[in-house]
Design a protein around this ligand. Structure first.
Ligand code: GLN
Ligand code: ZN
Length: 769
């Protein structure tokens, strides 16, 4: 690429950086603050140190423009609530008494007041707190946090760019406050909100901001003409203000589609676009729109939410094309680096050859700087980096890890019939009834039982070498014994072994599958102070040995009742891992499905006649754009059916999903062809049962009658009442009785009492039939 057109130096930037600190200092400080062990001032000092550390690191690596305001004690959407003064009525006293404690009260609730609801940030595994708005919401600008953090970065002599959640996305993420009609549309508050944003922008300009970034990821979803009009109005309004910094409207996670012309026409100085994955369609769209003349384009060419080394040559190609289409092109990650771990160099256990394939936040920063240099000075200036990158990509492309001929041959040979049970449900159900001999309204649980302190100690002891594997397994067995005998006493019909051996339902399997990598320090914020370490689907997947059979077999040896085998499904394995980007997800899902299929078949061969394959992530992985959903659902349901399709007709396949709103995937749930599905329903009062019935769902279902998200024990009458409601939608021959989800986060006392009540409720309602 010749770089003549790039005479104006490109700038390197990012939209945000992980907030946790190098050793998760923020998590520790916040949790200590909650326990009263550190003061607010100490917490604030830790936070300031982390921010300064991040900025120095970014600037030191060559990032020209650093983000500010992306830091958060808990969540950036909650910070936005504070910035616009949208404090729910029930939290106002707490916020007035202490801004910090009130902030945490909104995030986590207190004894007396409920927190804001939490939900997933687009299709990532980050969770934000949902703003609650109503016709009476009064906004008021509070720019203190943004202005203070901008000041800190300026004081370090840096070029900061405050990052804010944009007004349209903020409203689109909000929901009607409690007591407000569900028909209320928060977007109707736009005209009230814009002056508040304008005031914050003016404050930031007065404080020294040249540019401010407004994040509008909601515009990469399918939007109605009214919503697109609102976006146009918002930026026409903000753009027309004179006392403002330059505006960069950033979008990410997908292509802008119909929102692209809207933003291209808006009187803002810059647009940030994602050019990775499906969002690469933005490239043609920008060209088709005749470019973004007069605007600064921040090109997100480095994938901000996956962990693979960038293809620098390919990115330079895209950047070169973009140079002709905008006034000025700068280089960034596609989204905030919040979604990736900090530094792959910390992973001492990963083979150095493979480690080179990975790029965490720090390595991505380096890639952005290299690309910026290449864009400004030409490829000659980064010849060494390009050569090294080509070698890394070649090593990954040709590695035996990414190309296992046996796995590939098996996946290629899969036929339609492999992904189908040998008999239709009607025949299977008769065979299963005969084999299992269960009563009407059979009772069961979702799989996990309370993860006790003893279990956590046992795991810690094993890691620290205080006990050996055999000693650890003895403790797990003791736990299984206890779980089985409790379930027998309580009178449950289909038992579980309790999942004592798993600390995490994805990690446990990832560790035993070939082709998966685990990280030691790869923490990513899930919500608040909770972080997860997603494993990495790095190569072709196979299962060298059975993973769960001995635990289930041991549990079965302790009882004459059926014990469910328990597996995590292929879609959820992908959803909660970093996924390969060198082949379609459908191919990766198929490999994982085949490995799990072996486990299902081995469980059956060992005598397990009920096997549950959990897919709690089926719905959350739904692509943001409706046009992409059929293809996703096709491979997702195929992967599930491939996992479960090899069993005999009399082996009963269960699945479990934990969400109450599943209208958009009810057909896919049907397509899984599982014999029994358990679903969350207690909090939605059996709405799920009605939706299943309305769809004509033909198989068995267990809408939860015990809300495991709360320590509350449901009474027999309450559970029986829910069952009676369930029976109005699902006939007794097809209705199961179970909790909403697994019990691993619950304590034993409430678990015991709740399950006893659940069994009593089933008996009561059975007697009425
Ligand atoms: N079987 C798992 C459990 O009981 C299911 C967890 C989930 O749905 N997320 O914990
Ligand atoms: Zn669940």
């Amino acid at each position: 690429m010749t770089s003549r057109t790039a005479a104006a130096a490109a700038r390197a930037t990012v939209y945000g950086y992980p907030r946790q600190g190098p050793d998760r200092e923020l998590k520790k400080a916040v949790e200590s603050y909650w326990k009263g062990r550190v003061t607010a001032a100490e917490l604030q000092a830790t936070a300031a140190q982390i921010r300064a550390g991040n900025w120095r690191l970014l600037a030191g690596a060559g990032i020209d423009e650093v983000p500010t305001g992306d830091f958060s004690y808990y969540d950036h959407v909650l910070d936005t609530n504070v910035m616009v003064g949208a404090i729910p009525a029930r939290h106002r006293d707490a916020v007035e008494a202490s801004a910090l404690d009130g902030y945490f009260a909104m995030a986590r609730g207190t004894q007396d007041v409920a927190p804001l609801e939490m939900t997933k940030w687009f299709d990532t595994n980050y969770h934000y707190l949902v703003p609650e708005l109503g016709p009476d919401t009064v906004f008021a600008a509070d720019s203190a946090k943004q202005v203070a953090e901008l000041g800190e970065a300026l004081a370090l002599g840096l070029a900061p760019r405050p990052a804010l959640v944009g007004p349209v996305t903020y409203l689109l993420l909000a929901k009607p406050a409690p007591g407000v009609s569900a028909a209320f549309d928060p977007l109707t508050l736009l005209d009230r909100l814009l002056p508040v944003y304008a005031e914050v922008l003016a404050d930031l300009r007065a404080a020294g901001a040249a540019w401010v970034q407004l994040d509008e990821p909601a515009l990469v979803q399918d939007r109605t003409p009214a919503e697109l009009n609102a976006a146009a109005r918002a930026y026409r309004d903000l753009g027309a203000r004179t006392d403002r910094p330059k505006l960069l409207v950033a979008s990410y996670f997908d292509r802008l589609g119909d929102a692209l012309p809207v933003l291209a026409k808006a009187p803002v100085e810059g647009l940030g676009l994602d050019f990775t994955g499906a969002a690469a369609a933005n490239l043609d769209a920008v060209a088709a729109a005749g470019g973004l003349s007069g605007k600064r384009l921040v090109a997100g060419v480095v994938d901000g939410r996956n962990i693979w080394a960038n293809d620098l040559g390919k990115s330079l190609g895209a950047l070169g094309t973009l140079l002709g289409l905008a006034d000025r092109v700068d280089v960034a990650a596609s989204c905030s680096l919040l979604h990736v771990p900090l530094d792959s160099a910390a992973e001492r256990d990963i083979d150095p050859q493979i480690l080179r394939w990975l790029a965490f936040a720090r390595q991505k920063t380096g890639e952005i700087v290299t690309l910026t240099k290449g864009l400004t000075r030409g490829t000659g200036a980064i010849a060494a980096e390009l050569a090294a990158n080509r070698a890394v990509l070649a090593s990954r492309a040709h590695s035996p890890i990414t190309h296992d001929p046996a796995v590939r041959a098996r996946a290629a040979a899969v036929t339609e019939a492999d992904a189908r049970r040998s008999q239709p449900y009607a025949e299977r159900s008769a065979a299963q009834r005969a084999l299992l001999g269960l009563p009407l309204l059979p009772t069961t649980t979702i799989g996990s039982f309370p993860q006790t302190a003893e279990l956590r100690t046992a795991r810690a002891d094993l890691r620290a070498g205080r006990i050996d594997t055999a000693g650890y397994e003895e403790r797990v067995k003791a736990e299984i014994c206890e779980v089985i005998s409790f379930q027998e006493e309580a009178g449950l019909d289909v038992l579980v072994h309790g999942e004592a051996e798993r600390s995490d339902m994805v990690q446990y399997f990832a560790e035993q599958l070939t082709g998966y990598l685990a990280t030691r320090h790869g923490w990513v914020q899930s919500y608040g102070t909770r972080h997860v370490r997603p494993p990495i689907l790095a190569g072709d997947i196979s299962r060298p040995e059975p993973m769960t059979v001995r635990w289930t077999t041991y549990a079965r040896s302790l009882t004459s009742r059926p014990v469910k085998g328990m597996l995590t499904g292929p879609v959820t394995m992908l959803a909660w891992s970093f996924v390969r980007d060198d082949q379609p997800q459908a191919d990766t899902a198929r490999q994982v499905a085949l490995a799990l299929r072996d486990e299902v078949d081995d469980l059956e061969a060992a005598g397990t006649s009920v096997i549950q394959v959990d897919e709690p992530a089926l719905r959350e992985t739904l692509p943001l754009r409706a046009a992409d959903r059929p293809a996703y659902l096709a491979w997702a349901t195929e992967a599930f059916r491939l996992t479960t399709g090899g069993v005999r007709p009399d082996t009963q396949i269960h699945t479990h999903m934990c969400y109450a709103e599943f209208g958009d995937v009810v057909q896919a749930i049907d397509d899984l062809d599982a014999d029994v599905i358990s679903l969350e329903a207690a909090r939605s009062h059996m709405q799920v049962a009605r939706e299943l019935a309305a769809h004509g769902y033909p198989r068995e279902a267990g809408p939860g009658v015990y809300d495991i998200h709360s320590p509350r024990v449901p009474s027999v009458e309450e559970a029986a009442g829910l069952l009676r409601t369930g029976l109005k939608a699902i006939p007794a021959e097809r209705l199961w009785v179970n909790p909403d989800c697994g019990l691993k986060t619950r304590g034993w006392p409430e678990t015991r009492a709740s399950l006893e009540n659940l069994v009593a409720a089933a008996r009561t309602v059975r007697a009425e039939l």
